[in-house]
Design a binder for this molecule. Sequence first.
Ligand code: SF4
Length: 478
Amino acid sequence: MSFEKVAFEKDSSKALKNKKLRKALVNVTDRFRAARLRASSQVEDWNELRASAREIKKGTIENLDKYLLMLEESVKRAGGKVHWAKDAAEACDIIVGIAREGEVSSVVKSKSMATEEIELNSAFEKNGIKVVETDLGEYIIQLAGEHPSHIIAPAIHKTKDDISELFSEKLGIPHYDEPEELTKVARERLRSEFLNAGMGVSGANFAVAETGTIVIVENEGNARLTTTVPKIHVALVGIEKLLPRYEDLSLFLTLLARSATGQKSSTYVSFITGPRRETDTDGPEEFHLVLLDNGRSGILASEKTRESLYCIRCGACLNICPVYRQVGGHSYGWVYSGPIGAIINPQLMGIDKAPELPFASSLCGACRGVCPVKIDFPKVLLDLRKQVVDKEGKSNRVGWHLFEMLGIKLWRLTVESKSLYEAANKIAYYLQTPWKKGKGNLDSLPYPFSRWTNERDFPQVAKEPFRKRWKKIKRELG
Ligand code: SF4
């Protein structure tokens, strides 16, 4: 698969000027954050659970060869077929091949980042096979011809008005104002797609090695229909999605639902082990599991960044990230966004295709603080930054870094000396005059400070330090 170079700086600058997008992002991520905080604080040993999950993922990833073979055996035992795909092209060929063999002309899909990763929809379309996304967010994105901008909320960047306009244009219906009406339209359209589809394609949240069970977590019920109504079910699963034992699921399902949406449990949790059995009342006649590498074994080989594979795709790191919350998912240039995108995209695409992403972070560590498997983002980001700098040699990135270092040294010198600090404050107070617009913030400082003020607030320097003003206030208050 050939990738275009990610232009994070350019795309994020554009996104920052889009006030509607920023408002939509902050609204939704605020809701997710509050819900996660509420749900996680109700679990007494939340941090111990996170630590246990990290240990299980570590053990799984470090013994992936063993568990993958165990999974293959288990799926075959349950009557399913297993396919190995080394890259996106091979995965698409396998899945399109299964469709052709089954004489399938129409496919329904549930939400799956792995299928986005391999661009499965365009592979189907190139082969004359109709494909319809059935998750509401993905359906919106498919109609708009866009990529998802959030792991669990793909259409997070769209407002209700955007969707109303899109539905009206693409589906030829009147403008509806209420989300319920828009959802009803989608549901009615999708119902017939389920009934006519010859094949359902899903991803999986987890694949259990000892039983061959894949687990799908969702809130709309569309994944359950996708995996049970058509006669063929294909699950595309990244090789890192494994869990060794069935009993591990209770821990991971507890963490996933709370971290993702703040629910105690998602509305639908499907456990699928092989195709329909004689005694089953429904389910597909064929079950195919396609195990996708697509660069993951490269990540596995790196001891320093291997933990990127622990991710269970809950989206919590996106919702908390001060960068993602302002620029949204499309700035990350590929399917994965936010902190997990900043570490995984450069490793899956090749670091030369996404050299700006490891720098798309303030290293505040908020992502590490919420991650249910405790991925140490700052550590991984720093290692990736080193790889970029080693590769680029003496680039302007190093020049900018030296400039930053000089600034920090000067800052330290100033704040360590009371007299120097007060003198610097006075100078800054008078120097800021040309950029003062009323009270509050400074507008458009000259370069290089404009890199900050073009997109963010910069508070005015006060005439007197707070310490002096506080003394006066206390005196006035008696
Ligand atoms: S990195 Fe952690 S917080 Fe981010 S999506 Fe993955 S599991 Fe969730």
